[in-house]
Design a protein. Structure first.
Length: 256
């Protein structure tokens, strides 16, 4: 992998994420939930911020941008086109399949509406890295706020088609809560049981549970496993479509 990544806590359960290209010095913050931790991590690494890659407009993802920009006024703010006006000051608005360069790193924008209507993710193609914002979590997915369930389902299916070795960084440390729900939906999944045991130990030691991989999510994330017989049996939906099973899973997770 040609880039360096720093992951750190922001707010209550958000992740701050910095991506650095050693070849050119280019450095991106994936969203800016809170300014102070991002600035502190940049100072610790002795990196200079060149890009801010915004996944969606929610306050806990953009709340620190203005303050960070006072320290790095030349950092280029890149935002989803469908949410650009709501986000405010930006340098470039991007849409599905747009290509970006961050130093020597190539980045592809993927539109993933569902959590918000304009949500996007950033796919670092050569590095097999995905910065998923609030679309896909470890053993979970974002709440569906602004679209019908089939739109979110289609977005998740798009991500499920990426290479299985893809490393995934998400916007929040929700892993154990998601895992408890996953076990309730698919209690016989041995890989899921083993994963929860391992991740519970990680959290007890204060370590983060991310990144995950797409292969791990395909094996343990109920929102990517709507066609699995045990999940369908748990829901009492043996013959339903995948999208209908997904919608029921998301509705139950909202109340879990």
């Amino acid at each position: 992998m040609r880039c360096e990544i720093r992951q750190f806590k922001c707010l209550d359960d958000n992740f701050g994420l910095l991506v650095h290209d050693p070849a050119t010095g280019a450095t991106a913050s994936i969203d800016v939930p809170e300014a102070a931790p991002v600035l502190a991590e940049l100072a610790k690494a002795r990196w200079s911020l060149t890009h801010i890659l915004v996944t969606h407009r929610h306050k806990d993802h953009i709340g620190g941008i203005a303050e960070v920009k006072t320290h790095y006024p030349n950092a280029k703010v890149i935002v989803p086109k469908l949410e650009a006006e709501q986000i405010g000051a930006y340098d470039q608005a991007v849409s599905d399949e747009d290509q970006l360069s961050m130093g020597s790193l190539k980045v592809k924008v993927l539109a993933t509406p569902g959590h918000t209507i304009g949500h996007i993710v950033y796919w670092f193609c050569d590095e097999h890295l995905l910065f998923a914002g609030d679309m896909l979590f470890a053993m979970g997915c974002g709440r569906v706020f602004e679209t019908p369930a089939p739109v979110m389902w289609d977005s998740l299916q798009k991500l499920a088609g990426l290479p299985p070795q893809t490393q995934i960084y998400c916007g929040h440390e929700y892993t154990l809560a998601n895992g408890r729900f996953a076990l309730a939906m698919e209690p016989g999944n041995q890989r899921l049981q083993e994963r929860m045991h391992s991740l519970t130990s990680l959290r007890q030691s204060g370590a983060f549970t991310l990144p995950t991989t797409l292969a791990e999510e395909l094996a343990t994330n109920p929102f990517l496993r709507a066609n699995q017989p045990e999940i369908r049996q748990t829901l009492g939906m043996p013959n339903a479509s995948g999208v209908d099973v997904f919608a029921e899973l998301r509705a139950r997770k909202n109340k879990f």
